[in-house]
Design a protein around this ligand. Structure first.
Ligand SMILES: [Zn+2]
Length: 136
C-alpha cells in the first residue's frame, strides 16, 4: 500500500496510508469515529460529520466577529439596539451624513450599522469626531 511522510498536528511526524482505516475523536462532539484516507494529500479528519464541521466553523466565525466588534466599537455602544433597525440594511453601502440633537440615537445607530458591516465581513474603523476633524 502506498504511503508517505506527513506532518501532523504540532509537527508530529507519522505515516499515513491511502485506503487505511483510521480511528479519531471528533474535535467538536468528542465522538469516536473511523475514516478511510482516499489520497496521499488528504488531511487527517477532525470531524465525525459535516454537521460538526459546520457547527465548529460557525462558532469560530461568531467568535471572530465578536472579537472584531470588541476591537472596533466602543464598549458603551456594543449592547445597545437602535430603534431604527429597518434602516440598517437600507444604509449598507451608502454614504451617510447623520445629524440631529443630542440623545436621539445617532451613535447607537452608527454602532449598529458598524456591527452589521463586521457581520458581513467588512473591515471598519471607528473614529471619534475630534480625531476625524484633526485628520481633515
Ligand atoms: Zn462530531
Amino acid at each position: 500500500m502506498p504511503y508517505r511522510l506527513f506532518l501532523g498536528k504540532k509537527g508530529e511526524r507519522g505515516y499515513k496510508q491511502v485506503g487505511r482505516k483510521f480511528k479519531a475523536k471528533c474535535i467538536e462532539c468528542k465522538k469516536e469515529f473511523e475514516y478511510v484516507l482516499h489520497s496521499w494529500d488528504e488531511k487527517a479528519h477532525l470531524y465525525c460529520s459535516e454537521i460538526c464541521e459546520c457547527r465548529k466553523m460557525k462558532r469560530d466565525n461568531e467568535l471572530y466577529i465578536k472579537k472584531k466588534i470588541e476591537d472596533t466599537i466602543p464598549k458603551k455602544y456594543r449592547n445597545l439596539k437602535t430603534d431604527r433597525t429597518e434602516l440598517l440594511t437600507k444604509c449598507m453601502g451608502t454614504n451617510l451624513y447623520i445629524y440631529g440633537k443630542c440623545g436621539t440615537g445617532k451613535s447607537i445607530f452608527i454602532a449598529n450599522l458598524a456591527m452589521q458591516y463586521l457581520i458581513n465581513g467588512y473591515a471598519i474603523r471607528w473614529i471619534e469626531t475630534l480625531e476625524f476633524f484633526q485628520k481633515m
